[in-house]
Design a protein around this ligand. Structure first.
Ligand code: AHR
Length: 635
């Protein structure tokens, strides 16, 4: 075959914006607590609950300890002595004394994942909020130790005085490196000692910010040189209840509401995370804006549209609540851009950033599967924002898939209303990315610009990264309509994750980029100013795969059904999935997938099936008449 590449340097292709490639941060796979947020203590404010995760207790990651024969009891309580209305639970230690002089009773924190990571000789900022009923005070000792209790630092001794909450701080220096260390906090004497917000941060955070970000992870993200930072989700944003935090009967599993996440960390709300764990909100909106600024990226927040997405498919029909969320969004813009004399601009200044953050884009909603309900609410947000901030681009979205009725309907609604930019998402197999390199060549230029806010080729192979790279040439070639693109998800804890593939992996001490990370880095660090038109001949043509349709969409199945069975026309079971057991997620593209059968099981070609089949020496594809049988969840 004759391969020819013809380049036309004299012809002007589309300009490529500096913001073309960026990153999407969502707190999935422990990306925030135990990930980018450098706090080393897990469950620092004793707020873990079974609503976050059925396996949690208020003492998750904590255990009792005593030395020298001291005794006592510990309970987590939410009583009138609480730290504040939003930080309600705290540890109450009833100290019985006893034991040898210098003995102590208290708690040990086991940290995130395998434990607290320490670097030999490094300094760590310890802090705790405490109060005591002892008139002469209570001596409190903090120290680092290994899992067996051997000391890894000198003890830090503080005296807690008075029965009002106060913050006590000090520094611990690690004697040796460790990946599974613990923080022990013990007290001497008798009486009632109350502890909350027990915290340990490495001194060496990204840009040295106290209470800041884990350096290796932040540096890996910064090394991409992203043009924008989309945050904080994803499904995290618009799932759960949209009610505000209201003490004392506050609802867990609320949508991500930015006001919960700013101000002093001990006064922030906490929340259950859609991905099955707890959010401390220590990494909140101020920190996101600050991080975007630090890495030279345009901040792009996403707010909930009051239509719950990601399989929950619920419309909140409450005009007053909608008005409140719209006002919150206007307040968010003021928090980002307002002068220090404005109410929310002042809060930004109080947190340490008098200068505006320069917000220019804001997205409303994420993957709503109810196009009309979503769009009606989106338009109300948009009208209010544009009336007050005509310079802010309000980004819509096109639902959970790259095609299909939701996509078509939303795309048209956005086009007809003159929406400037729409967020598209797709997670498909590498073959799909190769076959869709030309997706945007014939894209209707009469509609909104494309913000490809989430995409990845499913699989963990080098070929996935190559397929993404090939696809990205198609994005860039169409830079007149594809304005921004971000791979997803960004971060994943090797010990606990809910989604694969991911761009940057970490454990407590190490982090590394996937091959997709290297592709993203290559594109982001070498973004041109303008496309130079070219064409190629003799490029390989892929054979069209055989397709079969299955009638349930991914999120619909996981949300509504306990058990799903896909059978061939002859009744053979091709795929069975019990959603009551796992985390309730099936592959994305059900409903429009490309299917094959291997070892008696149904496989989607737009997973990693095709190359597996080829290497197994069986490239054959079979067309199946597929039937879906599903058991609806009770209630
Ligand atoms: O990136 C992971 C998830 O994929 C996001 O939360 C959601 O928007 C999409 O379905």
């Amino acid at each position: 075959v004759d391969h020819t590449l013809t380049v036309h340097p004299g012809r002007a292709g589309p300009a490529i914006d500096r913001t073309m490639y960026g990153v999407f941060f969502e707190d999935i796979n422990n990306a925030a607590d135990g990930g980018l947020y450098a706090e080393l203590v897990r469950n620092r404010s004793f707020e873990f609950s079974t609503t976050d995760n059925r396996a949690y207790t208020p003492l998750t990651a904590w255990r009792e300890t005593s030395h020298g024969g001291a005794t006592g009891t510990v309970r987590v309580v939410d009583d009138a002595h609480r730290l504040n209305e939003r930080n309600r639970a705290h540890a109450r230690l009833d100290l019985s004394g006893g034991g040898a002089p210098g003995s102590g009773y208290g708690l040990v924190n086991t940290g995130h994942g395998p434990g607290v990571a320490l670097r030999a000789g490094a300094r760590y900022d310890f802090s705790v909020w405490a109060r005591t009923d002892q008139r002469r005070g209570t001596r409190l000792t903090a120290r680092l130790q290994d899992a067996a209790g051997a000391a890894l630092s000198e003890p830090l001794t503080l005296t807690v005085r008075g029965d009002r909450w106060a913050k006590y701080t000090g520094t611990l220096t690690a004697r040796a490196a460790a990946s599974g260390a613990r923080l022990a906090v013990t007290a001497q004497g008798t009486g009632v000692l109350r502890l909350d917000m027990v915290s340990l941060f490495p001194r060496d955070t990204y840009k040295g910010r106290p209470g800041g970000l884990r350096k290796d992870l932040a540096e890996k993200i910064a090394a991409l040189r992203p043009g924008f930072l989309r945050f904080p989700g994803g499904c995290l944003v618009n799932t759960g209840s949209h009610q505000a935090y209201e003490a004392p009967n506050w609802e867990r599993a609320r949508s991500y509401q930015w006001k919960d996440t700013i101000g002093p960390v001990e006064q922030r709300a906490v929340n259950a995370n859609f991905w099955g764990y707890h959010q401390s909100y220590g990494l909140g909106y101020y920190e996101y804006f600050q991080f975007a600024e630090d890495i030279g990226a345009m901040p792009l927040p996403v707010v909930p549209a009051l239509v719950t997405g990601c399989g929950q498919n619920r419309v909140t029909d409450d005009p007053a609540l909608l008005r409140r969320h719209i006002q919150d969004t206007l307040d968010l813009i003021e928090f980002a851009n307002g002068p220090v004399t404005s109410p929310w601009g002042r809060k930004r200044a109080e947190m340490g950033h008098p200068r505006p953050f320069g917000l220019t884009h804001l997205a409303v909603g994420n993957e709503e599967n109810l196009p009309d309900a979503y769009f009606e609410r989106f338009q109300q947000f948009r009208a209010a924002i544009e009336a007050k901030h005509p310079d802010v681009t309000v980004v819509g979205n096109s639902g959970p898939d790259d095609s299909g009725t939701t996509f078509d309907r939303l795309w048209r609604l956005n086009r007809d209303a003159g929406v400037a930019m729409v967020d598209e998402h797709y997670y498909n197999g590498p073959q799909w990315f190769l076959e869709n390199n030309e997706r945007y060549d014939a894209y209707d230029r009469g509609g909104p610009d494309v913000f490809l806010g989430e995409y990845a080729s499913r699989g963990d192979r080098f070929s996935n990264a190559l397929a993404e790279a090939a696809f990205m040439t198609g994005l860039e070639r169409n830079a007149d309509v594809v304005k921004m693109a971000s791979y997803a998800p960004l971060l994943a804890d090797v010990g606990e994750n809910q989604w694969r593939p991911d761009m940057i992996w970490f454990d407590s001490t190490r982090s590394w980029g996937s091959t997709s990370y290297e592709v993203q880095k290559l594109f982001m660090n070498n973004t041109g100013d303008r496309v130079v038109p070219s064409e190629a001949t003799g490029t390989p043509q892929s054979a069209a795969p055989i397709t079969g349709a299955v009638g349930l969409s991914t999120w619909a199945t996981s949300a509504a059904y306990d058990d799903v069975r896909v059978t061939g026309a002859d009744g053979t079971t091709l795929l069975a999935d019990d959603f009551s057991a796992g985390d309730g997620r099936w592959t994305r593209a059900a409903g429009r997938g490309t299917w094959s059968v291997r070892d008696g099981a149904l496989v989607q070609s737009d997973e990693t099936a095709q190359d597996t089949l080829v290497t197994a020496g069986d490239p054959s594809w079979h067309d199946y008449d597929l039937r879906v049988k599903a058991t609806k969840k009770a209630g």
